[in-house]
Design a protein around this ligand. Structure first.
Ligand code: ADP
Ligand code: MG
Length: 723
């Protein structure tokens, strides 16, 4: 490969794009879940009694019975070794948002110079990786850096294939010696249990007898960019920061809307085909694929699953995409804003609650009774989001996502709910009618009237809302493409636990006091609309008026990560998370500290890259061009021809601006040493980021004037349109 820009373009033109291996005979789905030690495989390989108990554990999410663990582990090992596996790994999800794994061999020396291949229940259930190098926000000092991993039985073990050796992967939680969560999975599981407990109380009030374990479901839509590897290799910013820190706006952008739902380019189709195959083998139900709004941008959406499983699958999907893109000579970019001025990437988190027996609680029912239950769950969401919008905002806060939120391509940082006209109207009628059971005009009587069919029409959707009802689920649209869905789902479960607790308590009290159940529901709904209806907004979330209106309504507008991070530390957050046993004070504090650290590190790396690229790539190009122009001027003068100095003057001004910008940026970075903690993060936001932007401004202007053959960085035009 040629490490220059023009070389990269030649390479891409010369490359024969690899075709996917496509054989329709293989496309029957026979290999779906082939590499997963799931229920079907367990049933074949475990004694009946053990299988039954494990299946029940999976249903309820309890710890595996230690008496059965050895049998499961041994069956798992045999299955894995038949598939060429020699090592196993406990896979966990540290607070960096990435996935971590530690590999161990099945090999056990037995003391006589030989070894056996063994996998015990104890090693299946618990592992002990060194926790010292994972961010833990001071929960524990490094000298006692032992952390424990423990299998989340609901998330099945799977085999990661690699030509260099297959690995058995076990999805685990990651906790400190004292049981504090160092990861994303632990609080997600705790929050799911807390929400389930409260939801069951509500279901019981609605007279359900056979109440199955309640879970939250999540269906993440993932946006991403594909860029040719040759380009990425010549862009240190893309390579190291995942986004371009330079790049003039291309002559043609996304204004023609010709990419969205257009034909998928062949090269990308081959990539999609291969990724889907890999995902299917891992039991990940990839379903939808299409182009996205920006050139070079695409989307994949798997079918929704239990949120803890969906979250693990989502992490696995991202690593699979990165690996397979490389095989196709491309890089898969998950950064929220790889290209300025071009739409960024999000991850829409579709979610609902339900269980096997009672179905999806966010599905409007076919009769008044079911509808009443549906309305209580919706009202609970209204309360939850109104009381804790700040936590939702927090759950998707990152330096990368800051570029996207509120940039007229993604919802604003203000968290509001879109219900759609019909559902909003229903709640309005309920609010107007109060607790009446007699029917007046414009008043809906809960438990008596049937709801109109709520449209699920995509055309009716409000794309500007961060939290929208879409027919049988809500869609949280503020999540960034690079983020784990575990964090937002953990917050959603927890704030729903509180809201459902409130609803159940109100209803229980009313019924106890002799109120008729339907009237009790009606008053509860009216009360929630009255107290929390301010969070419902059906208008244009991008508009300036909404920012004003939202502030009048008292809704938080936490514009940046730095504004959002302190939400971990409010008395309300401490009270909420400890009440429902999801995160204690130390765990919240550690998340806050890790969040600050991640933010500072991200921007510092970007600042380093900005200074380096400006100094070593942009400035030399500008100076060479300046010299060329100067040489030309003196040659003309020597020949007695009148020289036009305007180009030389313009370039010289830009060179001066670039130099000044680099100096200023370096000084700004130095200044960071005077700050600490959240203040340091605020300093990076207010002083370093703007200094980076000024360097970029000069550099992008230079890109617009220098001779093309002197320009070393692949341009936006090239990266977005050549494939
Ligand atoms: P759109 O782009 O129209 O929003 P997609 O088909 O791209 O829809 O993605 C919708 C996502 O929502 C999918 O992951 C889908 O499985 C998920 N989904 C559908 N129903 C539910 C539900 N009840 N709970 C959670 N997620 C759901
Ligand atoms: Mg979609």
């Amino acid at each position: 490969a040629n490490p220059t820009r023009l070389g990269a373009i030649r390479d891409i033109e010369a490359n024969e794009a690899p075709a996917a291996f496509f054989d329709i005979a293989n496309e029957t789905g026979a290999f779906f879940g082939e590499n997963v030690f799931g229920l079907a495989t367990m049933q074949k390989r475990l004694p009946k009694s053990v299988f039954k108990s494990v299946a029940a554990t999976i249903q309820k999410g309890d710890k595996l019975d230690p008496a059965h663990a050895d049998i499961v582990a041994s069956a798992m090992k045999d299955w894995a070794m038949e598939k060429g596996v020699t090592h196993y790994a406990h896979v966990f999800y540290p607070l960096t948002g990435l996935t971590a794994e530690k590999h161990d061999s099945f090999m056990e020396p037995v003391g006589d110079g030989t070894a056996i291949w063994e996998f015990t229940g104890k090693t299946l259930i618990q592992g002990e990786p060194d926790a010292s190098s994972f961010p833990n926000g001071g929960i524990r000092a490094t000298f006692e850096a032992r952390g424990y991993t423990g299998w989340d039985v609901q998330s099945p073990a799977y085999i990661l294939e690699n030509p260099n050796g297959n690995t058995l992967c076990i999805p685990t939680i990651f906790v400190s010696m004292t049981g504090e969560a160092l990861d994303h999975k632990t609080p997600l599981l705790r929050s799911q249990a807390a929400m389930a407990e409260q939801a069951k109380r509500v279901l019981a009030l609605f007279g359900h007898k056979d109440i199955d374990n309640v879970v939250s479901y999540c269906g993440p839509e993932q946006e991403y960019f594909l860029v040719d590897t040759s380009f990425v290799n010549t862009r240190p910013d893309l390579l190291n920061a995942g986004r371009t820190l330079f790049g003039a706006k291309p002559p043609k952008g996304q204004e023609f809307d010709d990419h969205y739902f257009g034909a998928i380019p062949d090269r990308v189709l081959a990539f999609m085909h291969d990724t889907e195959r890999a995902l299917f083998k891992l039991g990940i139900p990839a379903k939808t694929r299409h182009n996205e709004v920006a050139p070079g941008q695409f989307e994949i959406a798997p079918v929704f699953e239990r949120s803890n499983l969906a979250s693990d699958h989502q992490q696995l999907l991202m690593s699979t995409f990165r690996a397979i893109a490389k095989q196709h000579g491309m890089e898969c970019l998950f950064h929220e804003k790889p290209f300025a001025g071009v739409n960024g990437s999000g991850k829409h988190v579709n979610f609902s609650f339900g269980n096997g027996n009672q179905g999806n609680f966010l599905n409007p029912g076919d009769n008044p009774h079911d509808n009443a239950q549906f309305l209580v769950f919706c009202a609970a969401i209204i309360r939850a989001v109104h009381l804790h919008g700040g936590l939702l905002r927090l759950s998707i806060a990152s330096a990368g996502n800051d570029h996207r939120l509120g940039a007229n391509e993604a919802p604003p940082a203000i968290i509001s709910i879109f219900l759609g006209d019909q559902l909003a109207d229903i709640f309005e009628q309920i609010a107007n009618g109060g607790a009446t059971s007699s029917k007046q005009k414009g008043v809906l009587s809960v438990g008596v009237d049937t709801l109109p069919d709520l449209t699920k029409d995509a055309g009716d959707r409000n794309r500007t809302s961060p939290f929208a009802f879409t027919g049988n689920r809500f869609e949280f649209r503020a999540a960034g493409s690079n983020q784990t869905v575990a964090a937002p789902m953990m917050v959603i479960n927890t704030i729903m636990a509180e809201a459902l607790d409130f609803c159940a308590s109100e209803l229980e009290a009313a019924v106890q006091a002799g109120t008729d159940f339907n009237s009790a529901v009606q008053s509860l709904l009216a009360k929630i609309v009255e107290n929390h209806g301010a969070v419902v907004f059906n208008g244009n979330g991008y508009s300036e008026e909404w920012h004003e209106e939202a502030s009048v309504r008292g809704l938080k507008n936490l514009r940046t990560t730095v504004d959002a991070l302190p939400e971990y530390c409010t008395p309300e957050a401490k009270e909420l998370f400890s009440k429902y046993g999801v995160l204690n004070e130390a765990e919240l504090q550690s998340r806050f500290e890790v969040g600050v650290e991640q933010y500072v590190m991200t921007i510092n790396v970007e600042a380093n890259l900005t200074a380096e690229i400006a100094q070593t790539t942009v400035l030399p190009a500008a100076v060479r061009y300046q010299t060329e122009l100067a040489t030309n001027v003196s040659a003309l003068k020597a020949a007695g021809v009148e020289a036009d100095l305007s180009d030389l003057q313009a370039v010289s001004e830009l060179v001066a601006a670039l130099r000044a910008g680099i100096t200023e940026l370096k000084a700004a970075q130095e200044g960071a040493h005077d700050h600490e903690g959240i203040e340091e993060a605020a300093y990076y936001r207010d002083s370093v980021l703007p200094a980076m932007l000024r360097v970029r401004e000069a550099a992008d202007a230079i890109e617009g004037v220098v001779a093309d053959d002197l320009w070393a960085l692949p341009t936006y035009q090239e990266m977005l349109f050549i494939r």
